[in-house]
Design a protein around this ligand. Structure first.
Ligand code: ZN
Ligand code: ZN
Ligand code: FE
Length: 753
């Protein structure tokens, strides 16, 4: 008798061509048996005289988008199977089987796309099991064509044959289509309309001529324009009402991308990787200043849909601004009518694909950081992959924070983090948030009677109010910065690990005994997910006149932090030149009106930025801190400013550093050198605090999270200093350290002691 094994493979193994891959492998190794999608992943029954090679190949040669989380194998009696089969979906699959993120067009499809002899030559919806849309077309689970937005296009005989042939590359590729049976693209410009064949070349011509074209992609529309054409870029900025937030660009190919940004091998790997994100790196090209005003970095991505490749091949400019199609801070437009309406005054023409988009998904943003790849926005190509396995049996929905919102749904212990949704103060983003909650909970058939809902402690957050109105069994609040620390530990499956957690960010609602409701953002915790986190130290307290609104005006934060500095000169005079708002903020403090206690490191960065010249209003979150980091890059010297850690009061003191900053600026010292000194000093002070606190509490692991740790310079300084110690440093790997990570951290805090 042959040997037989039953295998269960969990992870991202559905919707990524795994079953046909198993089938082809079985054929190659002379294996009989079957493969099917089971409740928890892929199940295989394999029989042969020797199975080792097959089993090894199963693990080693997986399809590009598959990710194996666990691989279980048991010996079973042989059934005497005569061939290998792909069994139909039994309908018993549990809805927890994972949906894979969207994939870029694969090499095989790309070759066919440009092969005049191929029946899909030039077809903008070409795809196969190794590539194409997933999350953006799924309407329900399990993932099968009738439950996708491809449902209106019945397969022609040729496509049906490929779809049904287990040895074909398109076997069960749900979005399979061809020019004979599938959707098409058309171009609309005013009353004029160009159909398939004409649409893309005409769009490329418009882009060459400096027009702005709305291009339908995977998770929404982009606004495209020639990135080397200053007038086109300026027009786009003006029409979009986007003052300074950088635009991302799409480079025709890797060669062009290499000319645009400094690409380390790590960055290049991210750029060309399966998620095809926007990669942030120092810009080396001479592009119009309107692309990323006042910003030495540039976000670049490569083409990832057939349409992008066709556009470049049809002669579109080799670098295109590709920015999410919205006005100002609204969420990305993804429905055709919505796009026509909202983008009417922005786009000159619309390149529209007929396939509907099931849900809005932005481009992801990553950077090759000093501690490995850092995700700054987690969306297309990454969401909604399961990022963590949590020891939770009941369903948990965590609604995140109000800024950079995401939601996390935990089903049978799998934590699915949604794509980046946005800032919930915006009406449209709040709509998108509600849509996402409905979408995720419906897709995974969440039973509200069982569900635990986690939300932020901030009573005025829109997400909090919404959470409390859900028909859930139970709701629980999690303090913002504890959630930041918990999300790092959740990613690593470390639920009992006692750590020192450092949460540095902009704002979060605090729950101190004596300062409940104050604005935190420079916190040190000791503890674990299971045992809870005790706040053991923090940035020295300051005052924040105007509360959360101060985040928009660095001079307002400065008024609060500098109120503790002795002998302060008149900062409205040169070289500081603070606007009148600064004096108004000082008045608020003097009268103790709308003034809140804060420990926010984000606001400390704003203060330093204001002292070094950033005295205007910020137009996007974190702008002043990013400006300060960039200013520091050009520095020659790097003497650290002094940030002593006061072990007795357990606080990091900013007064000596700010005093020196004021004095040095008055003496006319070089601003970039001072910006560098600020970073160095802050890192050094943090290291001192870390060494003291890990010593006192006997800890070996330090966890860093919060938006401030997106600062690559601070992280670099810190890493270098800590490398000399035996301490282990953990930061986020799967979710961003900014508030996009909060929902995962909230979900993790549902784990019982
Ligand atoms: Zn393909
Ligand atoms: Zn067809
Ligand atoms: Fe935060």
């Amino acid at each position: 008798m042959p040997e037989a094994r039953f295998l269960r493979i969990r992870g991202v193994v559905q919707g990524v061509g795994f079953r046909p891959f198993v089938f082809r492998l079985a054929a190659a190794h002379g294996i009989t048996g079957w493969v099917r999608n089971g409740a928890e992943g892929v199940e295989i029954h394999a029989e042969a005289d020797a199975l080792e090679d097959f089993v090894r190949a199963l693990q080693a040669e997986t399809p590009p988008a598959a990710r194996i989380a666990s691989f279980e194998m048991t010996a079973v009696p042989a059934l005497g199977c005569e061939r290998f089969e792909i069994l139909e979906s039994t309908g018993e699959e549990h809805p927890t089987v994972r949906i894979s993120p969207d994939l870029p067009i694969c090499a095989a499809c790309l070759a066919e796309l440009f092969d005049p002899g191929d029946r899909r030559y030039g077809y903008p919806y070409i795809n196969c099991t190794d590539c194409g849309p997933r999350y953006t077309i799924v309407l329900g689970l399990p993932y099968d064509r009738p439950r996708t937005t491809m449902q209106p296009w019945p397969l022609c005989a040729d496509c049906a044959r490929e779809y049904g042939d287990p040895l074909d590359r398109r076997f069960h590729a749900q979005p399979v289509a061809c020019p004979a049976c599938g959707p098409e693209y058309f171009l609309q410009m005013g009353e004029e309309r160009w159909g398939s064949g004409e649409a893309i070349p005409q769009a490329a011509r418009l882009l060459r001529e400096g027009h702005i074209v709305a291009v339908k992609g995977l998770g929404g529309y982009h606004l495209a324009a020639d990135a080397r054409n200053g007038d086109a870029v300026a027009a786009l900025r003006e029409r979009k009402v986007r003052k300074e937030k950088p635009f991302a660009v799409m480079a025709k190919d890797l060669g062009v991308a290499r000319d645009l940004i400094d690409l380390t091998p790590e960055a290049e790997e991210l750029l060309a990787g399966i998620a095809r994100p926007i990669v942030l790196a120092p810009c080396r090209a001479d592009l119009p200043s309107g692309i990323a005003p006042d910003n030495p970095d540039l976000g670049v991505m490569l083409p990832y849909t057939p349409v992008h490749h066709l556009l470049f091949a049809a002669g579109a400019p080799d670098v295109l601004v590709m920015t999410s199609a919205n006005r100002s801070n609204e969420p990305l437009a993804y429905r055709d009518e919505e796009a026509f309406e909202r983008l009417a005054g922005i786009a000159d023409a619309f390149l529209v694909g007929e396939r509907p988009i099931a849900r809005r998904v932005d481009d992801s943003v990553v950077r090759a950081g000093c501690l490995g790849p850092a995700v700054l926005r987690r969306a297309r190509g990454l969401a909604p992959g399961a990022v963590a396995k949590l020891p939770l049996t009941r369903p948990v929905l965590a609604v995140g924070a109000d800024l950079k919102n995401t939601v996390t749904l935990v089903v049978e212990g799998e934590a699915f983090v949604s794509q980046h949704i946005g800032d919930l103060q915006q009406y449209e983003a709040f709509q998108a948030f509600q849509e996402t909650v409905r979408d995720l909970t419906a897709m995974y058939e969440v039973d509200w009677d069982q569900t635990l809902v986690m939300h932020d402690l901030h009573p005025q957050y829109a997400s909090t109010t919404y959470a409390l109105g859900l028909p859930a069994a139970e709701t629980r609040a999690v303090q913002h910065h504890r959630a930041h620390i918990a999300c790092v530990l959740a990613e690593r499956g470390a639920f009992d690990e006692r750590v020192l957690g450092v949460a540095y960010d902009g704002t979060g609602y605090g729950d101190g005994d004596d300062d409940k409701g104050s604005i935190w953002g420079g916190e040190f915790f000791v503890g674990s997910i299971r045992g809870g986190f005790e706040r053991v130290a923090h940035l020295r307290g300051a005052l924040l006149p105007g509360g959360d609104a101060a985040a928009r005006h660095p001079v307002q934060s400065a008024a609060g932090f500098l109120a503790q500095i002795e002998g302060l000169p008149d900062l409205t005079a040169p070289p500081f030149g603070f606007p009148p708002r600064y004096l108004q903020a000082r008045e608020l403090i003097a009268k103790n009106v709308r003034t809140f206690p804060t420990t926010s490191v984000g606001r400390l960065f704003d203060t330093a930025a204001a002292l070094l010249g950033f005295t205007r209003e910020v137009t996007f979150e974190g702008q002043a801190a990013i400006w300060l980091e960039h200013l520091a890059r050009t520095a020659q010297a790097e003497d650290p400013l002094l940030f002593p850690f006061d072990a007795e009061n357990r606080e990091l003191d900013f007064r000596p550093a700010l005093t020196e900053l004021v004095e040095a600026r008055r003496r006319g010292e070089d601003r970039s050198t001072l910006a560098r000194a600020f970073h160095r000093g802050l890192a050094r002070g943090l290291v001192e605090a870390i060494l003291t606190l890990t010593g006192i509490h006997g800890l070996e692991t330090v966890v860093l999270s919060g938006g401030v740790f997106q600062n690559e310079m601070l992280l670099g300084d810190l890493t270098r200093e800590l490398a000399k110690t035996p301490l282990r440093l953990w930061t986020n790997r799967e979710v961003p350290p900014n508030d996009e990570g909060i929902s995962l951290g909230q979900a993790a805090m549902a784990v019982e002691p």
